[in-house]
Ligand binder design. Structure first.
Ligand SMILES: Cc1cc2nc3c(=O)[nH]c(=O)nc-3n(C[C@H](O)[C@H](O)[C@H](O)COP(=O)(O)OP(=O)(O)OC[C@H]3O[C@@H](n4cnc5c(N)ncnc54)[C@H](O)[C@@H]3O)c2cc1C
Length: 470
């Protein structure tokens, strides 16, 4: 693919003027110190790409403004880096070439359509605001990826997952309509407040998960559900990881489908509790499942909890701790949600592989063996109900030689492949996963992806260097 040309120093000011005419002077930022937060994301520093030097931060207020910016950028061959909350974990939003950082944060309106059970959210709405608004309206938006400052545009562009995908699926399952702007500035309105739509190729689903490389998402229609009647959060301790992981398929086979089944080792969860000045409520166990159960009423929830407890006990689970009140449940989930931040300073890379849920134990054993071979430890946690694991490669690996990190990663990926798995389940490829993509995608698939990119973005201005291996 042809790389877009850089923003030339000599015409930099001219472009800034044109951008100011589109969005207003105050919404074009050129001073480095005011854009530092936009030059990085949450990717571990060891593998995070370096940002380019000459970037302009632009904050449009409407699809029309986005369209005018893209028309200009496309005409001049200026790279554009769409940006949401900057919570991505694979460098997808980092502007690695001179160009425009396009932040959608000002586009933050939300409406709720009670009749159709849908939310209409602009791309810059944060997950926190979306969840709050929907709750105020007495409704429920199930997905809950771990960082609430992520934005609707970023969540859809990454097809984010999170812990609650077991029962209701990932973000893709909720998106019913998308407004997006193509690289040429043309506006697309795809889907709508519809539960069924078979009108030709599904361009909307092509844009979901395209990581800002096919179009800029400006507005999304999301499916909602009635609020939960009751819920409970159980922590089941185990003496060893094997028993914990092997229980997961048994729970799923029982007919009870929890909202979430999360796995974690004791080490990382205790670190997270400590980081928050809190206490992890389980004194026993080396490994844990956190299971969230929801239902129409308390009786249904407790019956499901009973059933799950019996299964866990049969597979060597220890005495469960059950949080029933909202406060108790929130405490547990807060500790779970803080794990990445607590560990971050020690992490060289966080992987996001997935295998089928029944293969997760085998996958973890293989990762332990890789860790032993390289004389390191690989703490793991993840969305066990989805077979989605986050092995954390620690900085000591790099200290023993930069090559080690790459080799361990490739070995983990080869194991995932051997078990029929994938390298990323929810974070996406971004920039940092591309060097290993050859393990999973063949030449033909890469060609097809390259061809699709060319149709949407012939000059390659949208998020160059992300998600597509050239
Ligand atoms: C503590 C923590 C926990 C997390 N937990 C989870 C989890 O459980 N599940 C999960 O899936 N992820 C998780 N993540 C990762 C992250 O929150 C998601 O990938 C999220 O979808 C990123 O959204 P964002 O708005 O921050 O996007 P950004 O990081 O800003 O951007 C991500 C990608 O989306 C593109 N993009 C952003 N906005 C648009 C737009 N409007 N149009 C087109 N492209 C756009 C960017 O170009 C980039 O490629 C976690 C991250 C952290 C830090």
């Amino acid at each position: 693919m042809q790389a877009a040309g850089p923003v030339l120093k000599e015409d930099y000011q001219i472009r800034v003027k044109e951008l100011q005419e589109i969005v207003g002077e105050g919404w074009v930022i050129t001073e480095k110190e005011r854009m530092l937060d936009y030059l990085a994301d949450e990717t571990a520093t060891e593998v995070r790409p370096q940002p380019a030097v000459e970037t302009v931060l632009v904050k449009p207020a409407s699809s029309e403004e986005v369209s005018r910016i893209l028309k200009l950028a496309n005409h001049e061959g200026i790279p554009v880096f769409p940006r949401g909350g900057g919570t991505g974990l694979c460098g997808g939003a980092i502007p690695t070439e001179n160009g425009i950082i396009l932040s959608l944060e000002r586009m933050n309106k939300i409406e709720v359509d009670q009749d159709n059970l849908m939310a209409i959210a602009e791309a810059g709405v944060t997950l926190k605001d979306l969840a709050q608004k929907v709750e105020q309206e007495g409704l429920f938006f199930p997905p809950r990826p771990g960082d609430e400052s992520s934005q609707v545009g970023g969540l859809v562009a990454c097809n984010a997952g999170g812990s609650r995908a077991v029962k209701y699926g990932v973000i893709r399952s909720y998106v019913k309509g998308i407004d997006a702007v193509m690289a040429t500035g043309e506006l697309l309105r795809l889907g709508g407040k519809l539960l069924k739509n078979n009108t030709g190729y599904d361009l909307m689903h092509l844009i979901i998960g395209s990581e800002g490389t096919l179009a800029v998402i400006t507005r999304v229609i999301l499916r909602l559900f009635p609020q939960l009647g009751a819920s409970a959060t159980m922590i089941i301790p185990y003496d060893n990881r094997h028993d914990a992981i092997n229980t997961v398929p048994k729970i799923l086979q029982s007919g009870v489908i929890p909202l979430a089944i999360e796995y974690m080792d004791r080490g990382p969860i205790e670190l997270s509790a400590e980081h928050l000045n809190m206490e992890w409520p389980c004194k026993t166990g080396a490994a844990f499942l956190i299971i969230i159960v929801e239902g129409k009423g308390e009786e249904e929830v407790y019956a499901d909890c009973e059933k799950i407890s019996e299964i866990c006990e049969r597979y060597n689970g220890l005495e469960p701790v059950v949080g029933k009140t909202r406060k108790e449940q929130e405490r547990v989930l807060k500790i779970r949600g803080n794990m990445y931040l607590a560990l971050k300073h020690k992490i060289a890379d966080t992987l996001d592989a997935a295998v089928s849920p029944a293969n997760m134990g085998t996958f973890m054993d293989a990762i332990d063996k890789i860790a032993a071979r390289f004389g390191t430890s690989i703490p793991m946690y993840g969305h066990a109900g989805d077979g989605n694991l986050h092995p954390h490669l620690m900085k000591d690996l790099v200290e023993k030689g930069a090559e080690n990190l790459k080799e361990v990663k490739r070995e983990v990926y080869r194991e995932a492949l051997r078990l029929g798995g994938v390298m990323t389940a929810e974070h996406g490829l971004g920039r940092i996963r591309l060097p290993d993509l050859d393990i999973f995608l063949g030449q033909k698939e890469m060609e097809l992806i390259g061809g699709i990119k060319k149709v949407f973005d012939p000059k390659g201005i949208l998020n160059p260097g992300c998600a597509i291996r050239e």
